[in-house]
Write a protein of this length. Structure first.
Length: 368
């Protein structure tokens, strides 16, 4: 079988490696600069992912059996376009675009039983309608342009911050207190499977930078069960059909609020590493099987714990924890140059300095 992989960034590395393990012939389309996957694929095409028609022409010429990417909003639309044009397993491009429209997903979520509605409006100028609130670009990911606001001065600053993003449409929504989780799913022909729920640590206001993720979530059993019922309804309501999705929620008591739907696997090592480490289910293989139309219903193997910690200026206190982790049996990978002590004062996920992945029979806490 023949698989097209869109993008060659670190997010696609595990797809390329897994496809090779499966004996699947691979074509990869990406800029040559920074293409970490180049040596893992059978054919590499150094072409911008904006060259949609040319990539489609090559895919038709090569008679591919599937097309896939992961953990990237930039590539997910192109995957959908090629799959739709070639009648392969994918989700329609219009649906991918709709899930990135936070106003659309907010409206859909108001009508899903089990989700608590959130006040919101599209910003068109003027003073805020309520405090506290969150300002965010309507399309966007990775916490880019997102701010917490609790005064008119902060509101004006947050609007300028959001307007600096490429897309200027802005959503103002009620700030919800509570814990953050994400839901990792895989879908095939409209059937949705909840694989794992992830606990998230962030800086909180104003920019909600993600500092750690842990699996499995420690939400109460009744909340876990509700999430497993609600998320398939939500994905069906927005028209999502095939592939991985990463849906972010907030939990406050018994209330479950939708934050956003991402029509791709979770970044921050969640889909590429943590899910398999905690469940035993080969999530990346599942994405490839969906794309090729050979998907098998997922099976998990007991429960283990996995997670990732990030370093930046806000988590400088973790440096001794990172240094002491070397040689520990639970350490899976660590990327951090301790000879370069300067840490970024990050406001976006991409500005963090290093990370550490773990797997254990218990949640690894700082100090373990």
């Amino acid at each position: 079988m023949k698989l097209a992989i869109i993008g060659a960034s670190p997010g696609q590395y595990y797809l390329c490696r897994k496809a090779r393990e499966m004996g699947v012939e691979t074509l990869c389309f990406a800029w040559e600069k920074g293409a970490v996957c180049r040596d893992l694929v059978d054919k590499f095409y150094p072409i911008s992912i904006t060259e949609e028609d040319e990539i489609l022409r090559i895919c038709r010429q090569e008679r591919i059996d599937g097309v896939v990417s992961n953990a990237s909003d930039k590539t997910s639309e192109l995957v959908a376009f090629i799959a739709e044009e070639m009648h392969l397993h994918g989700t329609r491009r219009s649906v991918i675009r709709a899930t990135r429209d936070k106003t659309f997903t907010r409206e859909i979520s108001q009508h899903i039983e089990g989700l608590t509605p959130i006040r919101y409006y599209d910003y068109e100028g003027g003073p805020p309608g309520f405090f506290p609130c969150v300002i965010k670009p309507v399309p966007g990911a990775g916490k880019r342009g997102v701010s917490f606001v609790d005064s008119e001065k902060e509101f004006r600053e947050a609007i300028r911050y959001a307007e600096a993003e490429p897309h200027r449409a802005i959503l103002v929504e009620e700030y919800i207190r509570g814990r953050e989780v994400s839901v990792e799913t895989i879908s095939y022909e409209g059937q949705h499977h909840v694989i794992q729920i992830t606990d998230k640590e962030t800086t909180g206001a104003p920019h909600f930078l993600e500092l750690a993720h842990h699996q499995p979530s420690t939400v109460p059993p009744e909340i876990h069960d509700t999430i497993c019922r609600v998320i398939p309804r939500l994905l069906s309501a927005v028209g999502f059909e095939n592939g991985a999705a990463h849906t972010e929620l907030k939990i406050d008591g018994k209330n479950i609020y939708l934050i956003e739907i991402n029509a791709r696997g979770g970044g921050d090592e969640i889909s590429n590493r943590l899910v398999e480490l905690s469940t035993g289910y080969d999530y990346v293989r599942g994405m490839i099987e969906v794309a090729l139309g050979i998907f098998k219903a997922p099976a998990t193997e007991g429960k283990r714990y996995s997670g990732v910690y990030y370093l930046c200026e806000q988590t400088a206190g973790r440096i001794p924890f990172f240094k002491s982790a070397t040689g520990k049996p639970w350490l899976v990978e660590m990327t951090m140059d301790f000879d370069t002590p300067t840490l970024s004062s990050a406001t976006k996920n991409r500005e963090r300095n290093g990370f550490m992945v773990y797997q254990s029979d218990h949640k690894i806490e700082e100090g373990d």
